[in-house]
Write a protein that binds this ligand. Structure first.
Ligand SMILES: Nc1ncnc2c1ncn2[C@@H]1O[C@H](COP(=O)(O)OP(=O)(O)OP(=O)(O)O)[C@@H](O)[C@H]1O
Ligand SMILES: [Mg+2]
Length: 467
């Protein structure tokens, strides 16, 4: 079942306690208060999936509170007009509880935007069903919003962030070359954004509505790579039970993205060279060649020039690929980009996880900017994603960045590289052991590590520790 965070407001202490207990037993994280004013403050501070509120309360009526929540939600919406079916802001789903005599107010609440109501007195089972339904709605809303933000990222500006001199050069070059059909070679360390740039080039090209086909040369065993790239006919080798199109043929009219080109074996390098020279492919086991019209973008984190000098990469192929070189510098050589990247990733992941995060601690930002980022932008994004998930308030603090005891990148005293590399292992082990100690009870495991259950779910999914 989907579990969520719930804010429960009822001025009657007894009812509050009983409902709170029932919801907790069902695995939800519950914050409860008898004061609607206190409820208002909580709502301003953090995000809840569901607001369960009584109507008749002396301080402030449930209806008035709902009116406020809906109004503030509307003003914090991103103003992109991308309202999901139902609503587009990041407020909780609202369920009002009301006594028999005031059922009209329940209807009023639903007109205002509440999802549902419970008529007092109600059974616990009824409550749980209504809450589950509200959580399902909330999850859909979050997923929808995430999809929209991904879409915007892809179609509006391709998500390339960076106003440093170096990145502006990269972007300008990518734009210039997009219109041509020239072969592009993108180089840069791991995580610098090579694939992102490749996709941006294709997306800006005249062939943008034709396919972009990616081949990760490092991920495919050599014996398969040839047929993967050029295709094969039935019976070409044992196991070739049907004719299969190669990636070059699939990319016909569009772009082929040859990732990790530096890992290609010499035999395949020669075959690829021939394809680039002749602009035709010969599927394995076929007598006929096929003409192809494909724009080639290759990428590598290796130094191909050096590999040529060492006799590990064919010189002719290198020059065929290196028609337009685009070199993406490592993040540590363009630290000016870090603040904008941090902001971008905070927004992206806050939105995806439904957090309300407004600021990042100055000291933390300085630390992030001083750190060397051996994993480049990918590592920065992972760090921010974790920090967002682990943040409890509207501010990202050093505590959230220092995940499970790993050193924070502080301006003074940078963490050792080794430590950063070990971080994932440490996280995984910590979680695994906590779960073990808690006898598999997630709630207890989360408590052991002083992290929220939500954070725990995130790690369980990340490390596939879910049973
Ligand atoms: N300038 C940037 N702006 C926004 N996001 C970026 C930028 N550079 C990289 N990223 C993000 O960082 C992650 C890694 O980027 P990408 O996969 O393009 O790196 P790569 O150079 O192909 O790495 P590898 O060599 O490991 O394959 C992606 O999620 C990408 O969206
Ligand atoms: Mg890549």
């Amino acid at each position: 079942m989907h579990r969520g965070s719930i804010l429960l407001i009822d001025d009657e202490d007894k009812i509050l306690k009983a409902l709170g207990r029932a919801l907790r037993d069902a695995g939800h994280a519950v914050v409860e208060t008898t004061s609607p004013r206190q409820g208002q403050r909580l709502l301003a501070e953090r995000n809840f999936d569901v607001l369960l509120v009584d109507n008749m309360m002396p301080e402030l009526s449930g209806l008035d509170l709902i009116r406020e929540v809906v109004a503030s939600g509307a003003s914090t919406a991103e103003g992109r007009g991308d309202a999901a079916p139902g609503s587009g802001d990041d407020r909780p789903q609202i369920v009002m509880m009301t006594a028999h005599a005031t059922v009209e107010s329940a209807i009023e609440a639903m007109k205002l935007g509440a999802l549902d109501y419970l008529q007092k007195p109600f059974e616990i089972d009824e409550l749980l069903v209504v809450v589950r339904r509200a959580l399902d709605h909330q999850r859909l809303r979050t997923e929808y919003r995430y999809m929209v933000s991904e879409r915007d990222e892809q179609f509006d500006h391709y998500g390339i962030i960076g106003r440093s001199r170096a990145m502006e050069d990269v972007i300008r070059r990518a734009e210039l070359v997009a219109d041509t059909k020239s072969t592009v070679l993108i180089t840069g360390e791991t995580g610098t954004g090579k694939e992102l740039v490749a996709r941006a080039i294709h997306a800006h090209s005249a062939q943008h509505d034709m396919p972009l086909i990616k081949v990760n040369c490092a991920a495919i065993p050599e014996t398969l790579l040839e047929s993967e790239l050029f295709g094969h006919v039935r019976g070409a080798f044992t196991g070739a039970t049907a004719t299969k199109k190669g990636k070059f043929a699939l990319a016909d009219g569009g772009t082929i993205f040859l990732d990790e080109i530096g890992t290609m074996t010499p035999t395949l390098q020669s075959k690829l060279l021939r394809v680039l020279q002749e602009r035709e492919v010969e599927p394995l086991g076929s007598e006929r060649t096929e003409k192809i019209d494909v724009r080639v973008i290759a990428a590598t984190n290796r130094n191909l020039r050096q590999m040529v000098a060492d006799g590990k990469f064919q010189e002719d192929l290198f020059y065929r690929l290196n028609v337009i070189p685009i070199e993406i510098p490592p993040l540590r050589e363009r630290r000016d980009d870090i603040p904008a990247l941090v902001e971008h990733f905070v927004q992206k992941h806050a939105q995806r996880t439904g957090r309300r995060i407004e600021k990042i601690d100055e000291g933390v930002l300085a630390g992030l900017q001083a750190y060397d980022w051996p994993g480049n932008v990918r590592e920065l994004e992972n760090t921010i994603e974790r920090a967002v998930v682990l943040s409890t308030g509207p501010m990202i603090t050093a505590r959230a960045v220092s995940v499970l005891g790993a050193t924070v990148p502080q301006a003074s005293g940078l963490p050792s590289l080794k430590l950063r590399q070990n971080i994932e292992w440490v996280e995984r082990e910590t979680i695994r052991r906590a779960l073990e100690n808690a006898g598999g009870v997630k709630k207890d495991a989360a408590e052991l590590m002083s992290i929220s259950q939500r954070a725990l779910s995130y790690y369980l999914a990340k490390y596939r520790l879910e049973s």
